[in-house]
Ligand binder design. Structure first.
Ligand code: FAD
Ligand code: UDP
Length: 366
């Protein structure tokens, strides 16, 4: 039987994971990316001061999937890291997700865990059917906390009101009556010990994988391969035949502080109500790197620029469904990832989707 030749468009998580699985099964895989580097939006590198930074904003790995964690562990050691975030409200910093400390410090109270639970019950608003992010927030923390922590941040991040976004957006942030101040509560919370780009380099290191960077996908390339895995924006693949899918972008401002070891007490500070940026992240918290000086990144949401966030709302999902139907009619081109599936995926979910797709491709080519 002749060796199957596959083209993978995109060297981010979705492309690299699929490429590796196909290569390990004996396929010959060519991975292209229009950017000059691997790792997609998870790309990290040493800045000019030697600090390990994430070019496209902070990436913190967390998952409840043992399978995903074990699969990635083939290519990296890990550093235990639990992310913590403070939000600035009225010039003071409070833990977000909202927890017992947030409520006690904000309102000058000394409530126990059980009292916080009943406090939240009292202030929350009964919503019959939860469909928007506003429903999620109001039904869990009520109006005042919604206005202080969620409404402004969401408006800035998405250019939309909470009520215009699907429930899943705000539902990413839990509400806690205890004092757990971790941003995530997943079972596995680790950063790749030598960084994401190093992990990707190992993932793509195979005699069956060829990587071509700075190369834009061209549909005429498809005929040279037995199959294609496409991880770019799905609307672009189909020449926007049903119109453009909306994506939200960010512009990143990286800044170095040569004189400081640390400039903030936690990895990220959120600014729900002030400034044009949503948050500032200090990388040394995430990476644990020991080096003089420190580097941070500010995130400014915008409509212009690279597509970073699919925008979860019913009309966009309906438009995506039309593209998905077209995608399903493609015989040997497969679509996976945050842009190709138009899903607000975290990294671990993308890895899961790519592992699933790889099994499907291998089963179809047995
Ligand atoms: P991408 O990483 O976007 O990779 C797609 C690749 O395809 C890109 O490199 C692109 O250049 C290439 N490409 C696209 N079109 C073409 C074309 N026509 N020709 C050639 N190449 C093409 N997830 C977490 O789990 N934890 C976090 O803390 C976290 N933080 C995030 C912070 C920010 C600011 C953002 C934007 C995302 C964050 N994520 C986080 C999500 C994470 O980035 C994604 O889940 C993951 O990177 C998606 O991988 P992907 O391969 O689907 O897409
Ligand atoms: N959010 C908010 N205030 C915060 C943090 C989050 O309103 O302090 C809302 C906002 O709509 C945001 C969403 O919750 O877009 C998801 O937040 P997350 O931190 O998961 O966003 P990401 O890291 O994906 O940008």
């Amino acid at each position: 039987m002749s060796v199957k030749k596959f083209l993978v468009v995109g060297a981010g998580f979705s492309g690299a994971v699929t490429a590796r699985q196909l290569a390990d099964a004996g396929f010959s895989v060519t991975v292209i990316d229009k950017r000059p580097h691997i790792a997609g939006n998870a790309y990290d590198h040493l800045d000019e001061h030697g600090v390990l930074v994430h070019k496209y904003g902070p990436h913190i790995f967390h998952t409840n999937s043992k399978r995903v964690f074990q699969w990635l562990s083939q290519f990296t050691d890990w550093r235990f890291y639990e992310h913590r975030v403070l939000a600035q409200v009225n010039q003071k910093l409070y833990p977000i997700p909202i927890n017992r400390t947030t409520i006690n410090e904000l309102y000058g109270l000394q409530l126990s865990e059980a009292e916080v639970e009943s406090y939240l019950k009292d202030v929350s608003i009964k919503v019959e059917k939860i469909s928007t992010s506003e429903d999620v927030v109001l039904s869990s923390v009520g109006t005042d906390l919604c206005e202080k922590f969620f409404r402004g941040y969401t408006r800035k991040q998405w250019g939309l009101d909470l009520s215009q976004l699907s429930a899943g957006v705000a539902a990413r942030i839990p509400t806690r009556s205890n004092s757990d101040d971790r941003y995530f509560s997943d079972e596995f919370q680790f950063m790749p010990a030598a960084g994401y780009s190093t992990m990707f380099a190992r993932m793509l290191e195979s005699s069956n994988i060829k990587v071509e960077l700075g190369k834009e996908f061209n549909k005429s390339d498809e005929q040279l391969f037995d199959g294609v895995v496409y991880t770019g924006p799905i609307d672009q693949y189909f020449d926007y035949c049903y119109g453009k899918l909306p994506y939200r972008s960010l512009s990143f401002k990286h800044q170095h502080h040569p004189e400081d070891d640390r400039v903030q007490q936690v990895g990220t500070i959120n600014f729900p109500n002030d400034y044009d940026y949503t948050r500032i992240t200090e990388f040394k918290h995430l990476t644990g790197q020991k080096i003089n000086g420190t580097s941070v990144v500010y995130e400014f949401p915008t409509d212009e620029g690279d597509p970073y966030y699919p925008i979860p709302r019913p009309e966009n999902n309906s438009l995506y469904d039309k593209y998905r139907d077209l995608a399903e009619s493609c015989k040997s081109t497969y679509f996976v990832g945050r842009l190709a599936q138009y899903k607000y995926y975290n990294m671990d979910q993308v890895v899961g989707a790519a592992l699933e797709l790889s099994s499907k491709i291998l089963a179809a080519n047995r």
